[in-house]
Design a protein around this ligand. Sequence first.
Ligand SMILES: [Zn+2]
Length: 412
Amino acid sequence: MSVAGHVSRERLWERHMLLARHGATPADGVNRQALSAEEIAARRELIEWSQPLRLAPSTDAVGNFFLRMEGRDKEAAPVLTGSHLDSQPTGGKFDGVYGVLAALEAVQAMRDSGHTPRRPIEIVAWMNEEGSRFAPGMMGSAAFAGAAPLAGMLPVRDANGVSVEQGLAQLKAAFPSLPERELGRPVAAYVEAHIEQGPVLEKESFSVGVVTGIQGKRTYRVAVAGEEAHAGTSQRRDRKDALLAATAMIQALARALHDEQDIVKFTVGRLDVKPNAPSVVAGQAVFSVDLRHPDEVTLRALGDRVPEICRANAGRCAVKLEELVTAWPLEFPASMRDEIRRAATRLGLRTMDLPSAAGHDARYLHYVCPSGMIFVPCKDGISHNEAESATPEDLYDGARVLAETLVALADR
Ligand SMILES: [Zn+2]
């Protein structure tokens, strides 16, 4: 029997249900914040499951979590596979966890089949992917990839004033004997399995998606400065109404960035008004812009228009723009996509190519080693939600493709 033939649908499903106990919410969802007691309990359970498989647990300075299966060639750079264990405050049972459990299932299948790959395989759970406790997200993979220094993350505090540094100390106290590996070790390849978090695979009836890349994102903070005035006595021609100007900018942006095909994603999710009083002309309005697109040239061009559109609609107000995040779209190497597609074909599974609309840890690993992602459908595309749901069958198909892909990469 092939390695994938040893993947167990039941065990994979049961482990999702067991891990969901750590941070279970009354509405059947999961609240498991980065470095919390719940996440520590989930790591502890993973170590227990991995023991009969002779996997070596370890961590690193940013609190990433690894389970290593030794290869025939101990000196070879490992193949890395996994995702994350943290969740949104009202998250589901599958986002992130699936990538970790599918990886564990794949390694267990290798053990059961008696196949020891040439390269070591390391299962990874990246620290703080979601960014809901400590902002921004993807701290673990960013630090590992050298995209952002650890020193800048340590002082970041959660809503209760607890810092990343304190959280990491608690993690260390919970696992005092866990060896600490260096950040940014050589890696041969990275594969991440994840639920799609969108509706495409389910709608098109595919159980497995080959992710072509991750769409890019530019975010802005737009501050509009006007002048506070009496709502009853101030003359229209004298007013500098910051709220009116801000809403004109937002409407103009929405019109300019409108895309009939719905590929351009434009969102203003936040608007703060000062003094926010019913009878005072707003003196200040600050709003956010979140712009996403899978094509770099288009994202560049559209994003570059944001400042001019805002200025053109400022009226008598002053406007100040700040670009906060610039994450260009990326395309995973064709060699990795081919490897995943070939694995699926060997298993008799049809695959669909699709881009990822959401960000993932693979965004940072892409710059470390050849990286790729496998998507499985989730019900109605619902994610970051307690109602998040997936079928045992789809999770099983994705895990089998992951197992086949890992064998191919690790035997090379
Ligand atoms: Zn995720």
